[in-house]
Design a protein around this ligand. Structure first.
Ligand code: COA
Length: 384
């Protein structure tokens, strides 16, 4: 019996734990709506700053509002000395990037301590944390390589500046557009585990930086944010199109799962896969390795066909991770930065959910079902 007798739902699957205007995942139809926009409408057009504004304010910004947000974020990109010291210490220990990001993100409180002019501490925290995540990831990447961080360039937009800080110089328009598409595509996705974690934390009246740190901890787990690296490894392992079928067949025969295919919620093709496939196609046509893109298409086609053979009628389709891997690789990102870059996009959703939870939500406090012993009697230590 639970505290009040409610039924236990493992993993809270199917439980509606929040009302939100931020995004809707329709797994049966294969549709993702972000603040009213089909994801494909938004991702191919919006900049990251426009997505942040849309999620925070439930409307697209006009030119003045967009300029203000761009400027507010750009002003908060540089890291305090304490954050850089922390990242240097982490790099000297070889700490994985998601752990370094989680530790350093907490230092956003150093900046967010000064509430903005209108006294809105949560808004100031949101600006601070959204602004500094890319700087942390990029700085840490360079420190791990024994290089010095590149200072942010306030003239560049959020996405362009992230690529710039990763050390590749001012990026071309094609690369920036591809990254914008990626960030918009992953900005929000219903009540996923990290977003739920963030909402639970602010529902207690805690602060927004704490919520983002908790969300980063949830995102780090391989069941949530960690699959794109392995999806790309399979494409590399296959190497040439004629090997796709034997290699994939062998994996399925060994009982392995094909990375980048199948989804818990989407039972048709993940709409984010299409958006990112289009973005990747454009990127690889201009800046990338066209042969790799062609190979990935062959791998995808073969994998979907073999999965239909393997699990007839299950309709196991390409998921977001497959094209995420291809896109981020095309942008020159190493696989260990794939999950941190996911966080750079998802923080838009986390912060928006924090605002929404604080405005309309209630303390999130579910129940548990007690399955332990009862009526035990205390034994003095010499009798145990
Ligand atoms: N490769 C091989 N078989 C797969 C598969 C895949 N990618 N995805 C699902 N299956 C199999 C399952 O093993 C299951 O078989 P069973 O009935 O014999 O147990 C069957 O297909 C139905 O699975 P389903 O219920 O649709 O999936 P799920 O909810 O259990 O798992 C995932 C969803 C995402 C965990 C799963 O598809 C997976 O592991 N995919 C690969 C990893 C990946 O790309 N993750 C990123 C997700 S965004």
């Amino acid at each position: 019996m639970s505290e009040r007798g409610a039924g236990f739902v493992p993993g809270l699957e199917g439980v509606v734990a929040a009302e939100t205007r931020l995004s809707h995942v329709d797994g049966a139809a294969g549709e993702l709506t972000v603040a009213g926009f089909p994801v494909e409408e938004l991702a191919n057009r919006a900049t990251f700053e426009e997505v942040v504004y849309l999620l925070w304010h439930d409307a697209l910004p006009d030119a003045g509002q967009l300029a203000d947000l761009r400027e507010a974020l750009a002003r908060r990109r540089a890291l305090p000395r304490a954050t850089l010291d922390l990242l240097r210490a982490a790099a000297s220990e070889g700490t994985p990037p998601m752990d370094a990001l989680r530790m350093a993100a907490g230092t956003a409180s150093l900046r967010a301590g000064d509430a903005s002019a209108d006294g809105d501490a949560a808004y100031e925290e949101a600006l601070a944390v959204v602004a500094c995540l890319p700087t942390i990831v990029a700085a840490y990447r360079l420190l791990l390589d024994g290089e010095e961080p590149v200072d942010p360039d306030p003239e560049l937009g959020h996405a362009a500046n992230y690529l710039y800080m990763l050390g590749g110089g001012v990026p071309g328009d094609g690369s920036v557009r591809a990254l914008e598409a990626y960030l918009a595509t992953v900005a929000d996705h219903g009540l996923n585990a990290s977003t739920f974690a963030a909402r639970v934390i602010v529902s207690t009246g805690s602060d927004l930086v704490s919520a983002v740190v908790g969300a980063l901890g949830a995102l780090k787990g391989p069941l949530h944010g960690g699959a794109p690296g392995p999806a790309l490894d399979v494409v590399f392992e296959i190497g040439e199109a004629r090997r796709a079928e034997p290699v994939l067949r062998e994996k399925l025969g060994r009982g392995e799962r094909l990375m980048g295919f199948g989804h818990r919620v989407y039972k048709v093709r993940d709409p984010r896969a299409d958006v990112l496939a289009t973005a990747a196609e454009l990127l690889y046509a201009t800046d990338g390795d066209a042969a790799l893109y062609g190979l990935a298409l062959e791998v995808e086609k073969t994998a979907v066909a073999l999965l239909e053979e393997h699990k007839p009628g299950r309709n196991l389709q390409t998921n977001v991770e497959f094209y995420t891997a291809l896109l981020l690789h095309g942008l020159g990102l190493p696989t260990e930065l794939f999950t941190p870059t996911f966080a750079v996009g998802r923080v838009a959703g986390w912060t928006a959910h924090c605002f929404e939870q604080t405005e309309r939500g209630r303390l999130i406090r579910p129940q548990s079902e007690y399955v332990g012993e009862r009526d035990r009697r205390w034994l003095p230590i010499e009798e145990r």
